[in-house]
Design a protein around this ligand. Sequence first.
Ligand code: PEP
Length: 253
Amino acid sequence: MRKKIVAGNWKMNKVLDEAVALTSELITMAQDEVQGDVRIILCPPAIYLTVIKKYIENSPNFALAAQNCSDKVSGAFTGEISAQMLQSIGVEYVLIGHSERRQYFHESNELLAEKVNTALENGVSPIFCCGESLKQRQNEDYIGFVKNQITESLFHLSAEQLLSVVIAYEPIWAIGTGLTASALQAQEMHAALRQHIASKYGEEVAQEISILYGGSVTAASAPELFASPDIDGGLVGGASLKSREFTNIIKAR
Ligand code: PEP
């Protein structure tokens, strides 16, 4: 049975009071309204992780993700945060390869493979983000492009390691643009990625791995997306900053 997950990527938003208020509201709303076994993963800025951790302590369906980690283990890398540090404060997940990191910080598939390794070695599960640009969708084999991101950053893993990874398909043209991929477009890619994983690791592993969709998900678009057979939940940016909207998205899962 694949895990159902809705993750909220706050990016570089919210001051401390706002981050705490949003967390408290989400916990209350989830307690009152969310049924079933959906896992809610909050991805606040790293500076708030220890604070937010205390707030979610008694809410077993909540977990935390960092938005990034270093590919290095430790040492003279000023400003960086290691996977071991995340593990030491009880952070269970880390976003790896978000398109903003790929675009603005030039993170390559090869570097992301190193980040995946250090996360797994420290017991932190990568939420591995992949996705094509609009230009690639219009002019190239866009499915092949995304498959290749997975091949180059994940296919060195053992099956057991891969099962600790969550994949998030996030078409770049849909992130923060208000343009959501249609449920059909998203399902096409999710099925292709699952098939790609099956070709390397076998059908059983492919059926076990959670693949999330991300890109302008809202409470209005979530039900149709989440009803698709290969979409196991969402990675939500903008809409995760509003407790009511995000709770409604969680309820759609
Ligand atoms: C994201 O940042 O991962 C994301 C999907 O953002 P948005 O929902 O705002 O498009």
